[in-house]
Design a protein around this ligand. Structure first.
Ligand code: FE2
Length: 293
């Protein structure tokens, strides 16, 4: 008999602007919640409808000490970096970037998308690296939507895209440095899933659209809210009302906490103030490189 984790806290996302001025819904970091070990940030970019020529992004900036996971839902985003790497992310594509010791990259809308305008919707998750991995060489994993494994419940009412971890019979293709679960559920009216989660992991859900029911009692919580689960069970339950008008989209994200000091300064996340000073000096001296143009 499995025990369903209860809800510890619900945090509404804060609407703010990021990069070159694009709007994000941010469940954390906020004044209420600085991080959710091992996760440092979750931004839901948009959804926003851009007029032709208006789309914005994040021009050249560095990262050190953690991983950025970009998951596009709508629109097209381009990226370029100091290691000579570049590409485009379209709907459903994932880029798992391990910044490690440092990269400089840009995350800008695809020029064609800027020209035509349209809807932009995506997610960026920051996954902290353990102290022993903070200075490793950068690594990229690009996962086009067609290669992201999908699972389905026996009754067919729940489907899941498995970006990291395992769910409903599907296992992720992406490799993570520490054990991580990153799932995107689409729940038709009347769906119910019980996702196994290991003991000791920190786990949260984030609603993208519609109202979902969480926990053993099916507490109803709307989209753009983060549901942080307590550590009191070995599954997380997510369901939808049989009367729901539309499918409900929910992310379920979890991981083994690092339990290490977190010192963050903008795009650098290290364990000590001294390491942050070194990161700033290394960046200023060009030791994280620059984007060739
Ligand atoms: Fe970035």
């Amino acid at each position: 008999m499995s025990a369903v984790r209860s809800i510890a806290h619900v945090f509404p996302a804060v609407r703010t602007t990021e990069g070159g001025g694009f709007i994000v819904n941010r469940p954390f970091p906020t004044r209420q919640l600085m991080d959710f070990d091992p996760f440092l940030l979750l931004d839901e970019m948009g959804p926003v409808d851009y007029a032709p020529g208006a789309a914005k992004g994040a021009p050249d900036h560095p990262h050190r000490g953690f991983e950025t996971v970009t998951y596009m839902l709508e629109g097209r985003s381009g990226h370029k970096d100091s290691a000579g790497h570049s590409g485009t992310l379209g709907p459903g594509d994932v880029q798992w970037m391990t910044a490690g010791a440092g990269v400089v990259h840009s995350e800008m809308p695809d020029p064609e998308f800027v020209h035509t305008g349209g809807r932009m919707h995506g997610l960026q998750l920051w996954v902290n690296l353990p102290a022993s991995d903070k200075m490793i060489a950068p690594r990229y994993q690009e996962m086009p939507h067609a290669r992201i494994p999908q699972g389905r419940s026996a009754d067919g009412l729940a489907t899941v895209k498995v970006i990291a971890g395992e769910s409903l019979g599907a296992r992720a293709a992406i490799e993570t440095r520490t054990p991580i679960l990153y799932l995107h559920f689409t729940l038709a009216p009347g769906a119910r899933v019980e996702q196994p989660v290991p003991a000791g992991w920190n786990v949260f859900a984030y609603g993208l659209s519609g109202t979902a029911q969480y926990g053993a009692n099916g507490e109803e919580i709307g989209a753009q809210h983060m549901v942080a689960f307590a550590g009191d069970g070995d599954t997380v339950a997510i369901a939808t009302s049989a009367e729901a008008a539309e499918p409900v989209e929910v992310l379920l994200i979890g991981g083994l906490p690092l339990n290490e000091p977190v010192v963050r300064y903008g795009p650098f996340v290290m364990n000590t103030e001294q390491e942050i000073r070194e990161a700033v000096l290394d960046y200023q001296a060009g030791r994280m490189g620059s984007i060739a143009r």
